[in-house]
Design a protein around this ligand. Structure first.
Ligand SMILES: *Cc1c(COP(=O)(O)O)cnc(C)c1O
Length: 349
C-alpha cells in the first residue's frame, strides 16, 4: 500500500487542506439569477464560466471506458496532466523521477521546467524494459516512474508483466501514458485502475480521437489520486467549447472506430512498402498510428522530404534510434504521395 500523504509535496498537502468543496458551485446550477462571479450578462452563451466539474463529459467517458466519473480527471491536453504530476508529487531540487529511454520527450521537458532530476534507463534492443533495472535506478527521492505504452518513437507495447512488476515493486506513483492505446488491441492498464492504487494512466483526445485542436487530456486513477488533481487544478480549466466538442465526439464514436480501422490497414501497407524501399534499412513493428524506420541516411532522406513539402520526425539524435525517422500514418492519398516521392529518392553519397 502506498502512503499518498507522504508522496504529495508538503505545499500541495497544505493547499488541499484549505480547499473545501465549495457548496456555492452545486447551488449555482439551480439558480436563475447568478450575480456571484462577476460575469457579463450579455453575449450568451459564452458569457458564463464553463462547468467546473465537467460532469456531463466525464459521465460520457466513464460509460465508454468502464470506470466511474470519480476516477477521471480532465486536463488541457495530456501535456498539462504531465506537468501536474510533477507539480503535485515532486519537490524541486530534491526529488527525482525515473523514465525509460527512448520515450516521449515531454517527460524530460517538464522535469527540467519543474527543476526535477530526470533519470533514464535504456530499453533493450527490442525496445523493452527490464523492471528490476528500472527499480534499481530509483532511490528514496524517486516519486514518479514514467512509462509510455505503446511507446513513442518506437511504436511498441511494453511487456505487460514487466510493467506490472514496476507498478507492484515501486513505492511511488507509476504513470503510464497510453496516448496510443486505441490503436492496439492489447489490454490496457487503464482497464486495471482499480487494481493499482499507485498508478496513473494518461490518455489524450489528440491521437485516436482525432481532436488535437480541442486540447483535452484524460487521467484515469483511483479516487484518492483524482481528488488531489481536482483540488490542485486551475479553476474552469476545461473550456466550454472543448467540453461540448468532446461530448459530441464521444457520442459519434463510430466514425472514430472507422478511422482507426483505416489507419491500421494503412499502417500495414506503409510498413511493408517502406521495408522494400532501397533507402530503408529496417522497419520496426508498430502498435500505434506511426512507425519507426531505420534509413541508410536518415538526415538526407529527411531533408529530401522537407524539400518536397513533406515533414516527418527525425529521431536520429535519440538513443537506440540512430538513422531513424518516425512516420505518422496519414490519409491514403498522403501515404501514397510519400511513398511515390521516396521511390524517386537518389542517395546523395
Ligand atoms: C501526443 C502525445 C502527448 C501529448 O498529448 P496532448 O494531449 O496533445 O497534449 C502525450 N504523450 C504522448 C506519448 C504523446 O504521443
Amino acid at each position: 500500500m502506498i502512503d499518498l500523504q507522504k508522496l504529495i509535496r508538503p505545499n500541495i498537502l497544505e493547499l488541499i487542506s484549505f480547499t473545501n468543496t465549495t457548496p456555492e458551485k452545486q447551488e449555482r446550477d439551480s439558480q436563475h439569477i447568478m450575480l456571484d462571479a462577476n460575469e457579463n450578462p450579455y453575449n450568451k452563451p459564452f458569457n458564463r464560466y464553463p462547468s467546473d466539474d465537467q460532469i456531463e463529459l466525464k459521465e460520457e467517458l466513464a460509460k465508454l471506458k468502464g470506470v466511474t466519473s470519480k476516477e477521471i480527471f480532465l486536463s488541457n491536453g495530456s501535456t498539462e496532466a504531465i506537468d501536474m504530476c510533477y507539480r503535485i508529487f515532486c519537490q524541486p531540487k530534491v526529488d527525482n523521477v525515473v523514465a525509460i529511454e527512448p520515450t516521449c520527450e515531454l517527460y524530460k521537458r517538464f522535469a527540467r521546467l519543474n527543476d526535477i532530476e530526470y533519470r533514464s534507463v535504456l530499453l533493450n534492443e527490442y525496445f523493452q524494459l527490464n523492471a528490476s533495472e528500472l527499480l534499481r535506478a530509483c532511490n528514496k527521492q524517486t516519486k514518479l516512474i514514467w512509462l509510455c505504452s505503446p511507446n513513442t518513437p518506437t511504436g511498441n507495447i511494453l511487456n505487460v508483466e514487466e510493467v506490472e512488476k514496476v507498478v507492484k515493486g515501486f513505492n511511488g506513483i507509476v504513470v503510464i501514458d497510453e496516448a496510443y492505446a486505441d490503436f492496439s488491441r492489447s489490454q490496457t492498464f487503464r482497464e486495471r485502475v482499480s487494481e493499482f492504487p499507485n498508478m496513473i494512466v494518461i490518455n489524450t483526445f489528440s491521437k485516436a480521437w482525432a481532436s488535437a485542436a480541442i486540447r483535452l487530456g484524460v487521467i484515469y486513477a483511483q479516487e484518492a489520486i483524482i481528488n488531489v488533481f481536482n483540488k490542485v487544478s486551475s479553476p474552469y480549466s476545461i473550456n466550454q467549447l472543448t467540453q461540448e466538442q468532446a461530448i459530441d465526439v464521444l457520442r459519434h464514436r463510430y466514425d472514430i472506430e472507422d478511422w482507426i480501422k483505416i489507419l491500421l490497414l494503412e499502417r500495414k501497407r506503409m510498413i511493408s512498402a517502406f521495408a522494400s524501399l532501397t533507402c530503408c534499412e529496417k522497419v520496426y513493428p508498430s502498435n500505434a498510428n506511426f512507425f519507426l524506420a531505420q534509413m541508410k541516411d536518415a538526415e538526407s532522406v529527411y531533408n529530401y522530404l522537407c524539400e518536397k513539402g513533406i515533414t516527418v520526425r527525425n529521431c536520429s539524435n535519440l538513443s537506440l534510434c540512430n538513422n531513424c525517422l518516425r512516420i505518422t500514418i496519414g490519409s491514403k492519398a498522403e501515404n501514397a504521395e510519400i511513398l511515390g516521392i521516396l521511390r524517386c529518392y537518389k542517395p546523395t553519397k
